[in-house]
Ligand binder design. Structure first.
Ligand SMILES: NC(=O)c1ccc[n+]([C@@H]2O[C@H](COP(=O)([O-])OP(=O)(O)OC[C@H]3O[C@@H](n4cnc5c(N)ncnc54)[C@H](OP(=O)(O)O)[C@@H]3O)[C@@H](O)[C@H]2O)c1
Length: 204
């Protein structure tokens, strides 16, 4: 995810810095983006906003590395705490990974960009049935929400605010459905999009 999203955001004019547990991979991404690589703490301190994109198995270790470097900062959380045997959430009932990230970092988390495969973000713009892909996002902090809205727009998606961070849990559950479909053999460009009657020809 970081590769695809970072590539698009760099092209949109954002200055990027990256950290990862495998330094060579982080260096390669930084070169690709024309940005820099650093430690988790350095990256946390560099950015106006951070994307955390880590497999759920590595989330606790990554949050420990970040420490309190993101305290008070906007964070985009695209992560899905979904196991791939039965495609269920690994989080506590009713509790999202987004809330876990918020508690651990003290940052202003926005859940977003978790509902389709990274492939979709190579589409410029992501159009399905002649409609832009709607991108639901949620969080509590107005500035973090506004910055995330802009980042979604920079990807060519249609930002769709759905409320406060309590709804992150629902976006994570939605992703479990999408992931099960993808593992079931659906095309990587499979998405759920928002359809309304006004934009669709309907025979009454
Ligand atoms: N890929 C998608 O299409 C997609 C779409 C929507 C949401 N997401 C979500 O985005 C997040 C990132 O997915 P991705 O596909 O970009 O993952 P990825 O490329 O496989 O890995 C992302 C990062 O997680 C690190 N990582 C993996 N396992 C770890 C562990 N046990 N401990 C510490 N770090 C670990 C990786 O380090 P190494 O490089 O050293 O392994 C890498 O830096 C996930 O939460 C996923 O659910 C993915």
């Amino acid at each position: 995810m970081a590769d695809v999203l970072g590539t698009r955001w760099a092209a949109a004019g954002h200055e990027l810095m990256v950290a990862g547990r495998t330094a060579d991979k982080a260096d390669a991404l930084a070169r690709k983006w024309g940005g820099r690589a650093g430690s988790f703490r350095e990256v946390a301190e560099f950015g106006d906003i951070a994307l955390i994109a880590v497999l759920y198995q590595g989330m606790s270790a990554t949050l420990a590395e970040i420490g309190d470097g993101l305290r008070g900062k906007p964070i985009v959380d695209c992560n899905n705490p979904v196991e791939i045997e039965h495609f269920t959430l690994v989080t506590e009932p009713g509790r999202s990974m987004a809330q876990q990230i918020e508690s651990a970092t003290g940052g202003h988390v926005v859940k977003a960009l978790n509902l389709c495969m990274a492939h979709v973000w190579r589409m410029e713009p992501p159009m399905f049935d002649n409609r832009l892909l709607a991108v639901p996002y949620c969080g509590d902090d107005p500035r973090a929400l506004d910055m995330t809205r802009q980042l979604i727009a920079d990807l060519g998606g249609e930002p769709l605010p759905i409320g406060d961070l309590r709804h992150a849990h629902h976006l994570e559950a939605m992703a479990a459905i999408v992931i099960s479909l993808l593992y079931g053999g659906r095309d990587p460009y499979t998405v759920f999009n928002l359809v309304d009657r006004a934009t669709v020809s309907v025979d009454a």
